[in-house]
Design a protein around this ligand. Structure first.
Ligand code: ZN
Length: 148
């Protein structure tokens, strides 16, 4: 399994060093939602724009540990262009993958790069780092619903 762990580490470092969708979006039409993880000092800001029930654009900013920032970057890639319903399902699936029963290896592989974050399960203190951006995304979508 060492090979897989190395690969997971590489994916996390890549997203940490080269964050995807970094920046801001004009609000409105996008909504802006900040999130913090005081246990580690991680900070994120998630911007989402929803048009006709689809996450048409997303931008993210943040600072903190590599796990929190890599998760933020991967999340932004995973949700862009997807229907809000599907994105909400993905939030639940991700949290289950990180905190639920040991996930099925096949299901994890279907998650693509997000699978790299399952290595964090071994470090319970860091799970909050990985989940921060996803909780913040959920709050951003709630806010977006209110604006609709
Ligand atoms: Zn952290």
């Amino acid at each position: 399994m060492a090979g897989l762990e190395d690969l997971y580490k590489e994916i996390i470092v890549d997203h940490y060093k080269n964050p995807r969708n970094k920046g801001t979006l004009p609000t409105p039409p996008a909504v802006e939602e900040p999130g913090t993880n005081p246990y580690c000092g991680d900070e994120v800001v998630v911007y989402v724009q929803v048009d006709d029930g689809v996450v048409s654009d997303v931008a993210v900013e943040g600072r903190g540990c590599s796990i929190s920032q890599a998760s933020l970057s991967m999340m932004s890639e995973a949700i862009k262009g997807k229907p809000v319903e599907e994105v909400r399902g993905l939030i639940d699936e991700f949290k289950e993958m990180m905190t639920g029963a040991e996930p099925d290896a096949g299901d994890v592989m279907k998650k693509g790069e997000l699978a790299a974050l399952t290595g964090v399960r071994k470090f319970p203190d860091r799970i909050k780092c990985a989940i921060l951006s996803w909780n913040t995304l959920g709050q951003a979508l709630d806010k977006s619903d209110d604006n609709a």
